[in-house]
Design a protein around this ligand. Structure first.
Ligand SMILES: [Zn+2]
Length: 109
């Protein structure tokens, strides 16, 4: 936890070291101690034994230029993913019947 400016001011009045008010997670020492055995230092690049046939080959970045087309708007569903689109029932605004709309309505009124 980091104390607010008011707590820091109150601590200054009472001669309290502001670093004693900080949580341990904000210091480097505890983090280094925690990850001491987990994160190993990287070996020097000069110590690697890379064969010449690998170092002679030029490694270029991949071609990432996009082709001249409009990008897809519709997402491709993943395997096992099913889109359940509810079928909307058309309602007529003229006769309030179902299965057709006002333009295709043939009911006599
Ligand atoms: Zn109708």
């Amino acid at each position: 936890m980091v104390p607010c400016c008011h707590a820091l001011a109150a601590g200054r009045v009472r001669n309290i070291d502001p670093y004693t008010l900080l949580s341990l997670c904000y210091f480097v020492g505890p983090w280094r101690a925690k990850y001491k055995g987990v994160v190993m230092p990287r070996p020097n690049e000069k110590d690697h034994n890379i064969p010449e046939e690998c170092t002679d080959v030029a490694v270029n970045p991949p071609r990432t230029k996009r082709q001249g087309r409009r990008p897809k708007k519709k997402r491709i569903p993943s395997q096992g993913e099913v889109h359940h689109k509810k079928k909307r029932i058309t309602k007529c605004g003229r006769c309030f019947g179902q299965g057709h709309n006002r333009k295709t309505c043939s009911t006599l009124i």
